[in-house]
Design a binder for this molecule. Structure first.
Ligand SMILES: [Zn+2]
Ligand SMILES: [Zn+2]
Length: 426
């Protein structure tokens, strides 16, 4: 569906040092408190209090729970002009923008939510969702898949976690990947999304923070925070019929077992307008469950990195195959014949990394984002051999992320990777 929003409706933001510091402090605190909540969750043996939490759904070993409606809260809080509410019209939510009365917070007491910035930001009628469970991959894979410090990587990530935006823009970048943390990004993003003909287009302005952190036990964890952030210079687009959603999503991914990570995520989404709560929860639950796509995104980034690293080799290989003037007769992996009916029919496809020819049983097709088309990313199906797929899974996401640090930064030089990265999506 065509977006109603003119391109470049919001120019890049110039944030003052004070504004940047406020965003750094706010996002760091949100990540820190989610990390603490995830620790508490482990301490409480991963149990939810059934009086506070209701089970919603399980998919691929990830479970979603939602907070029950806050009962017995009858006293409306006064709306102070000095405090703005995320559900209100003003767009200045930020640190300590709303507060719950002590009576209110007591009634909703729960170790997963108490005294948090998140709870102060969440409108009382919007349920909090918690996702827990396991997924494949390593902490670094998840962090690499989540890294979206430029629009190409952002769109690639969207393709793997099912985010379908109409418009999207990085309005400001505060932290970029570095040698200390090649998965680090902190910035302000804006995006619009359409949900069908009968639902008004939504937009969201949020702070995104990704990277690695140390848990109190010294464990390396990956975090992904997306949290609505109000800035006067990014006003609502009500005159275009766009409703501003307010959301918060913070995931902590920690090592679980061999090639598995444990997921803990707290989130809410106030989509505004007249949407039924059930509809919002359903849409948002599916968004949250798509977190597993981050690791697949990292694998594809690593395959693309391998393709780029082996490009000179591939050119040589192509020349030598052409000079031999005949195609390989056997699969490079299982050695079964690639020809049928004598030598009349040749089958098999070349692995896009190592260029060895493999049979259809041995090859895996992956959709790889190759370029931008009409604001989206074009995905092309490509064949890979089992050895290159296994290698992609095993390759260190940290090292590859270091190798692809933005030019002019502290990029690690490599003699093998000299291709142009101006449109790099890995
Ligand atoms: Zn084979
Ligand atoms: Zn291969």
């Amino acid at each position: 569906m065509k977006s109603k929003v003119p391109p470049n409706v919001f120019p890049p933001l110039q944030l003052s040092a004070k504004e940047q510091q406020a965003i750094v402090d706010y996002s760091d605190e949100l990540v820190a408190e989610t990390l603490q909540a995830s620790e508490d969750f482990l301490t409480h043996h991963r149990r939810f209090n059934p009086e506070r939490w209701k089970y919603v759904k399980t998919e691929n070993h990830l479970h979603v729970y939602r907070s029950r409606r806050r009962k017995g809260v009858t006293v409306e809080l006064p709306h102070l002009l000095s405090l703005s509410d995320m559900s209100g019209d003003t767009s200045t939510e930020g640190p300590h923008s709303t507060s719950l009365s002590s009576a209110d917070s007591r009634q909703d007491s729960d170790y997963l939510t108490d005294d948090s910035l998140l709870e102060r930001a969440r409108p009382r009628e919007v349920p909090l969702l918690v996702v827990t469970g396991k997924m494949d991959g390593t902490v670094e894979d998840a962090a690499y898949g989540a890294l979206a410090d430029n629009e190409a990587r952002w769109r690639l990530r969207d393709a793997y976690i099912g985010d379908q935006y109409d418009d999207q823009k990085i309005l400001a970048t505060i932290h970029s990947p570095s040698k200390d943390d090649p998965f680090r990004f902190l910035g302000v993003k804006w995006a619009t999304r359409t949900f069908g003909a009968f639902i008004a287009q939504r937009d969201v302005v949020y702070v995104e923070s990704t990277g690695l952190a140390l848990s109190p036990k010294g464990e390396r964890v990956s975090y992904i925070l997306m949290h609505s952030y109000g800035l006067d210079r990014v006003p609502e687009l009500s005159e275009l019929g766009v409703i501003r959603a307010r959301l918060s999503m913070c995931s902590i991914l920690r090592p679980h077992s061999e090639n598995k990570v444990e997921v803990f995520c707290r989130a809410f989404n106030n989509m505004g307008g007249e949407l039924l709560e059930g509809v919002t929860v359903n849409i948002f639950t599916d968004t949250l469950l798509a977190v597993g796509g981050l690791v697949e995104c990292a694998y594809v980034k690593k395959l693309k990195w391998q393709m780029s690293a082996r490009e000179p080799e591939a050119r040589e290989h192509a020349t030598s195959v052409a000079s031999r003037a005949h195609a390989p007769t056997h699969c490079a992996t299982c050695h079964h014949s690639l020809t049928k009916f004598g030598h009349l029919i040749h089958s098999g496809a070349a692995c896009q990394v190592c260029h060895r020819v493999i049979c259809s049983k041995c090859s895996t097709t992956k959709r790889v984002g190759v370029d931008f088309v009409d604001g989206g990313i074009m995905q092309k199906p490509m064949e890979f051999c089992p050895e290159c797929i296994t290698l992609a899974k095993k390759l260190s996401a940290w090292n590859i992320a270091l190798d692809t640090l933005p030019r002019g930064g502290s990029r690690v030089t490599s003699s093998r990777t000299t291709s142009c990265r101006s449109k790099s999506t890995y």
